[in-house]
Write a protein that binds this ligand. Structure first.
Ligand SMILES: *Cc1c(COP(=O)(O)O)cnc(C)c1O
Length: 468
């Protein structure tokens, strides 16, 4: 036997036995905290990895095979299993609705109440007075109709589902008239022409990319028209020589020709955002008041709630949507409905809602207040030995909403945190909590607008920890 082969088999022989390990003191501690079953399984798996490694010629130091070393290896394996995959993130990107960072952070009050309800039984589909079966929609439809001014409302899992369900309900086997300017792709596989095909309706494209007139809609109406659809161009803007038929005009045509007018609004704000400098985002109550027959929008964009597709409008049409067999496949679970219910309740007080719904709070933040926050963070960083400048910049709403509209902000820029900006940004992302920022002109840029209450000090500590 060669010397190498002899040492390999010796190492294999030295691999401790499972039972011996589990009986040892370092493992007893682990068993107490993580339970015998999990520790046994993970120890067996760790020994298997080591054994395979050794067989395949890998080298293992004797020190790695001691009981404490193996216990700490198993502990790390268990920690990796139980560590939250959706780790906690500080969003310093200045993008308020960051799709990859989970879009809207939820209002703490709404979450607290919803979680209390979710841990017990609730009367989700039961009428307490009669003891009979009721509709789970009751938790939200009254409130949703009330705050949007609509006759009726309902909810499904997301706005993509809402759009598909409306298309299928009103235009299955029929035509849906839609402008060429509204052939949106939201991301992934959500492309308007494909959604229409999958909803079994025939797209009738009208107008051109830059101009669609009211007459184009009217001329396209046949006896087989199921609906006129307007789609919010959530993630792009067509500028220059442009014309888009107004909703008022479509409503007039729709009423006269007896064809429903539907608006896929996407972001869908309940609050009029003009007062905060967002000028091109129509509010849901405005569109309902203008006479759109149905409007659908996301729960987790500007509304600031959980992922959901909110549908509001005419009662007869909402009833038809709810009778569609697909409705059941797209219905929300009780946790989502509770979160929606308690977020909707916050909207009953239009002043308070700006403070309590984080997306609205981030939009409404005062530029001077942000500047003061930026200065305070920069001076704390300086105390920690990190050179930081503050400069004027802009924040974005993001999440496929309000393209081209930006909010003024003040950012903190760090040029030197050790290594390249990309490497430093990676260390920040991998820290605890994980920090996401922007890189601009070779500097790391942190926007206080998207920090949640109380995160300033955490951000300073995380940046300090990422210094190298
Ligand atoms: C975001 C968006 C959707 C999809 O909404 P989800 O809630 O993400 O499913 C559909 N239409 C428009 C116009 C959008 O902006």
């Amino acid at each position: 036997m060669s010397k190498a082969a002899a040492s390999k088999s010796a190492a294999l022989r030295d691999l401790p036995k499972l039972d011996t390990l589990l009986g040892s003191a370092p493992f007893q501690g682990l068993i107490e905290s993580a339970g015998r079953a999990l520790v046994t399984e993970e120890t067996r798996a760790a020994l298997d990895v080591l054994r395979t490694d050794l067989r395949e010629g890998g080298h293992v130091f004797q020190s790695e095979l001691t009981e404490p070393a193996l216990a700490s290896l198993v502990e790390r394996r268990i920690a990796a299993l139980t560590e939250p995959v959706q780790c906690r993130v500080i969003n310093a990107t200045g993008v308020i609705l960051h799709t990859s960072l989970g879009r809207a952070p939820l209002a703490p009050q709404a979450v607290e109440t919803a979680m209390r309800e979710a841990t017990g039984y609730s009367c989700l589909e039961l009428d307490r007075a009669t003891g009979k079966r009721s509709d789970r929609d009751k938790l939200v439809n009254g409130l949703l109709a009330r705050i949007t001014g609509a006759e009726a409302a309902t909810v499904v899992n997301n706005n993509a589902a809402a759009t598909m369900l409306i298309l299928n309900t009103l235009a299955e086997g029929k035509e849906c008239v839609c402008s060429r300017a509204h052939m949106v792709e939201i991301g992934g596989s959500y492309r308007m022409p494909d959604v229409m095909r999958k909803s079994s309706c025939q797209l009738v494209e009208i107008g051109t990319t830059n101009k669609t007139k009211a007459a184009d809609y009217e001329d396209a109406i046949t006896e087989n028209t199921g609906m006129l659809l307007k789609v919010h161009t959530s993630n792009y803007a067509i500028v220059g020589f442009v014309h888009e038929a107004a909703l008022e005009e479509l409503v007039e045509i729709g009423r006269r020709r007896n064809v429903p007018v539907v608006y896929d609004l996407g972001a869908g704000s309940i609050i009029d955002l003009k007062q905060y400098g967002i000028t091109r985002e129509p509010s849901v109550p405005d569109l309902v008041a203008t006479g759109a027959d149905l409007v659908c929008f996301s729960g987790d964009k500007l509304f600031g709630g959980p992922q959901a597709g909110l549908i509001v409008g005419r009662k007869d049409l909402v009833d038809r949507v709810k009778k569609n067999a697909m409705f059941r496949m797209m219905r929300c679970d009780k946790v989502t409905l509770s979160l929606l219910e308690h977020t909707l309740k916050l909207y009953l007080d239009p002043k308070q809602v700006i403070e309590s719904v984080p997306t609205l709070h981030a939009i409404a933040r005062d530029a001077d207040e942000i500047k003061r926050k930026a200065r305070a963070i920069a001076s704390k960083l300086k105390k920690a030995g990190i050179e930081a400048e503050i400069t004027d910049s802009t924040s974005q709403i993001g999440g496929g909403s309000t393209p081209g509209e930006e909010l003024p902000t003040t950012v903190i820029a760090i040029r030197k945190l050790g290594g390249s900006p990309d490497a430093a940004a990676r260390r920040l992302r991998l820290g605890t909590p994980s920090v996401f920022c922007r890189i601009e002109n070779d500097a790391l840029v942190f926007d206080p607008r998207t920090l949640l209450p109380g995160q300033e000090n955490e951000l300073v500590s995380a940046i300090t920890a990422a210094k190298s």
